[in-house]
Design a protein. Structure first.
Length: 209
């Protein structure tokens, strides 16, 4: 039995983490066996790598090191947690996955996108999500939402030009993968956003039967 792999993506401040929780709860209420997880992180080793990557004091971190650390965290997470859960027939709902590396390290930092795809293919063994919700928000609005929160991490602290490139990158990825990625306008109330996601999921799941 194989489960379903659903990922959530989007620029910082899009409200992704709240939407992941709401979506997972709705699925559980519908009777699905759900596992919620996130990247970078999701396992003890991957969480340690997350700490290394996001530590604001690591200003000297090389872009290439950063890309490889995200991929290393992902390799452990996929093999230790995601694949076993999918093999048990669970719905795995994951806060970020490979698209984030393409958008942030590829488009944001300017590393070659084909290399980012290559290292992540190696890290994941070619695992691709069944459905991805891309929560889009204008950079200025996302950043003003973050500003209300204490303590930005190393990535969130980068200048807004970087975050504009990341957002453009996500749009590019969405247009390259129209059958997998569902673009959601996240610049509205939490309730409206979760209703849009659930409505898409119900239609998409029904179309697979
Ligand atoms: P989070 O805010 O979704 O927990 O992610 C932490 C930061 O890491 C966020 O700014 C996005 C960034 N990130 C990447 O740059 N590349 C990646 O592959 C992933 C998974 C996250």
């Amino acid at each position: 039995m194989t489960g379903l792999f659903i990922t959530f993506e989007g620029p910082d401040g899009a409200g992704k983490t709240t939407q992941v929780q709401t979506f997972a709860k709705c699925l559980a209420d519908m009777g699905y066996d759900v596992l919620v997880t996130r990247e970078p992180g999701g396992t003890a080793i991957s969480d340690k790598i997350r700490g290394l990557i996001l530590d604001p004091s690591h200003t000297e971190m090389d872009d290439c090191t950063e890309a490889l650390l995200y991929a290393a965290s992902r390799a452990q997470h996929v093999r230790e947690k995601v694949l076993p859960a999918l093999a048990q027939g669970k719905v795995v709902v994951c806060d970020r996955f490979v698209d984030a590396s393409i958008a942030y390290q590829g488009f944001g930092l300017g590393l070659p996108v084909h290399r980012i795809k290559e290292i992540n293919h190696f890290a994941t063994g070619g695992l691709v999500p069944d459905r991805t919700y891309l929560l889009d928000i204008p950079v200025a609005i996302g950043r003003s939402r973050l500003a209300a929160r204490a303590g930005l991490d190393r990535i969130e602290q980068k200048e807004s030009g970087y975050h504009e490139r990341v957002r453009d990158g996500f749009m590019d990825i969405a247009s390259e993968n129209p059958s997998r990625i569902c673009l959601i306008d996240a610049n509205r109330s939490m309730e409206e956003v979760s209703a849009a996601i659930l409505s898409d999921f119900s239609q998409w799941a029904a179309s697979r039967k």
